[in-house]
Ligand binder design. Structure first.
Ligand code: NAD
Ligand code: IPM
Ligand code: MN
Length: 355
């Protein structure tokens, strides 16, 4: 089969990690007889530098004509003083909105070989950890009205959710739970926020269609604490855009590093944008130090969710496991006795271990 993929390397470590992911995808194409065609487009800081716009129209057009999108990361200190709507991050938010990517899946999976890289005690982390954060991605405070007062002495951002938005993300979470541990934990702040009260009411309504799935609720402050105290209580987590942003970074660290956390941002149907959950890591950019595994694992998610190529997706995940089992590590997941290698070497190793 032929697949058209829009590729957005972006800023900082973005181009380095995307290169490694494409290496892996090319090898998959070779082994399984698929042709992946890439169209590279601009977004983020590099797009600002080259076109004055963090998300040129051409990028949106190319993405809409593609079967899926692969993105590295955007942003960096160079663009930090620009007004909000002209920042690299505004380009990322716009692309999510324009492509209708309302469901952000962030699976925090602890690979056995990385038990030592987790900051939690072995007795807390146990042998495995497998949490899927389902984050609403095109609503909430990220997209509500915002601004400053005329005298510049106050500013506001608004959190707003509709029943329709809550309903559809909750259904995604329940459907995923059915294929996993049959447990959904809803996380909100219904003791304070009206939008959270509507959120919880809607989740309870949707749950009636999934009587076979257990539903729990946690307030977000308690959830942050529980993730560290007893992360094994979680299976699928469903939450808002902002809470999901924060809690997924936290969950990633339980598995050793944010450099291990892939993501799929899905629209209705099969279309999706795939990117690591981390950012452009300006502190290590251009040094061959970045962990490319989150991006490589995001490509596995692309094969699974957008192209229905489950065997190919598993092959990547197995190869990643082999690289880790054989002791190869980038700095972020390094522990004593392991072999410290760079971003490129990890990409090459995953390719080598692909069968
Ligand atoms: P970050 O995720 O870029 O980095 C946080 C820390 O984690 C840094 O110490 C970094 O070196 C480390 N890290 C991140 N990814 C890594 C990897 N693959 N391998 C090894 N170490 C890794 O978060 P930040 O520093 O808060 O943000 C930097 C920039 O990235 C900001 O401009 C921010 O807006 C942007 N950002 C973009 C995205 C995205 O494009 N999806 C996501 C988050 C942050
Ligand atoms: C992420 C990032 C983005 C977000 C930023 C860069 C807009 O942190 O993808 O997690 O907050 O969604
Ligand atoms: Mn984030």
């Amino acid at each position: 089969m032929n697949y058209n993929i829009a590729v957005i390397p972006g800023d900082g470590i973005g181009p380095e990690i995307v290169d490694e992911a494409l290496k892996v995808l090319n090898k998959i194409g070779e082994i399984y007889g698929h042709e992946f065609k890439y169209t590279e487009v601009l977004a983020g800081g590099i797009a600002i530098d080259e076109t004055g716009n963090p998300l040129p129209n051409e990028t949106v057009d190319v993405c809409k004509k593609s079967d899926a999108v692969l993105l590295g990361a955007v942003g960096g200190p160079k663009w930090d003083t620009l007004p909000g709507h002209l920042r690299p991050e505004a380009g990322l938010l716009k692309i999510r909105k324009e492509l209708g990517l309302f469901a952000n899946l962030r699976p925090a999976l602890l690979y056995k070989a990385l038990k030592d890289a987790s900051p939690l005690k072995p007795e807390v982390i146990g042998d495995s950890l497998d949490i899927c954060v389902v984050r609403e991605l095109t609503g909430g405070i990220y997209f509500g009205e915002r601004g400053r007062s005329e005298d510049g002495q106050s500013a506001y951002d608004t959190e707003s959710y509709s029943v329709k938005e809550i309903d559809r993300i909750t259904r995604v979470a329940f459907e995923i739970a059915r294929k996993r541990g049959n447990l959904v934990t809803n996380i909100d702040k219904m003791n304070v926020l009206e939008s959270s009260r509507l959120w919880r009411e809607t989740v309870l309504e949707v749950a009636k269609d999934y009587p076979d799935v257990t539903l729990n609720h946690l307030l977000v402050d308690n959830a942050a604490m529980q993730l560290v105290r007893d992360p094994k209580q979680f299976d699928v987590v469903v939450t808002t855009n902002m809470f999901g942003d924060i809690l997924s970074d936290q969950a990633s660290m339980l598995t050793g590093s944010i450099g291990m956390l892939p993501s799929a941002s899905l629209a209705e149907g099969k279309f999706g944008l795939y990117e690591p959950s981390h950012g452009s890591a300006p502190d290590i950019a251009g040094q061959n130090k970045a962990n490319p595994l989150a991006t490589i694992l995001s490509v596995a998610m692309m094969l699974r969710y957008s192209f229905d190529l489950e065997n190919e997706a598993k092959a990547i995940e197995t190869a990643v496991e082999s690289v880790l089992d054989n002791g190869y590590r980038t700095g972020d997941i390094y522990s004593e006795g392991c072999k410290l290698v760079g971003c490129k070497e990890i990409g090459d190793l995953v390719v080598d271990y692909l069968k």
